[in-house]
Design a protein around this ligand. Sequence first.
Ligand code: HEC
Ligand code: HEC
Length: 211
Amino acid sequence: MRWPLIVGGVLAAALVTTAPMMLASRSVGQTVAASQADTLRPVASFDAIKDQRARSIALFQEAGKVIESPRCMNCHPATDRPTQGEKMTPHQPWVVRGPDGFGAEAGLRCGTCHHAENFDPARVPGHPEWHLAPIEMAWQGKSLGQICEQLKDPARNGGKDMAKMIDHMANDSLVGWGWKPGAGRKPAPGTQAEFGAIFKAWVETGAVCPG
Ligand code: HEC
Ligand code: HEC
């Protein structure tokens, strides 16, 4: 594909400095380490756990395979800088969250490089709403139990009740990007529908967090 022709001028300009470095250090479409689980267990398979508390915790741990995947974590960093790739290294070039999550007002805005769709020839992820989660939604550096408590806390989850949280997990399209992340990136385990069903079953069993 003659990709330079179809990149917007702005993106092309912004990539001049980063792309050669990027392309030199890794080949486009490389396979990533298959160390993480690729699949999610069906909700019904948790019926075997008779104790409801234990079942709820096991369901959240299953959901944690997605939540703790780099596809989600990279946008839920502990600082004001995103991370990237399977190893969650600091974003290159240096960009910051800014007041609205879309980057510094007079600096590099996310949409300068991240467009509405993934741009596979240069490995640039895309989505119309591509921006960084607010700092109170930081997940990196926290245990799964701490993330779990945070997800239940309206002060730290964007004021969502549990019905809204289920809907967000199952249907939000920025969350959904995690399963279609473009060339050279490992999708989150399972499917968004399976993940939504596990999260819903966790809520319905009392939303118990791992210790
Ligand atoms: C491109 C960046 C980006 C990616 C990738 C991303 N998020 Fe988020 N996330 C955000 C932003 C921005 C918000 C706040 C706006 C909102 O609530 O929609 C958010 C909010 C959330 C919230 C609600 C608040 C909270 O933390 O309780 C949840 C839940 C969530 N994301 C889950 C996920 C999951 C699961 C994945 C991976 C499958 C994911 N996100 C991937 C940017 C991202
Ligand atoms: C100058 C261009 C540029 C700007 C501006 C930019 N990015 Fe990126 N971003 C990239 C490129 C290129 C990649 C792909 C790097 C790679 O994996 O090879 C990337 C990757 C990412 C990833 C990693 C996705 C993953 O799971 O691997 C996240 C998260 C991200 N950017 C968030 C942001 C956010 C949030 C902003 C705005 C605050 C932003 N970026 C601004 C160029 C940019």
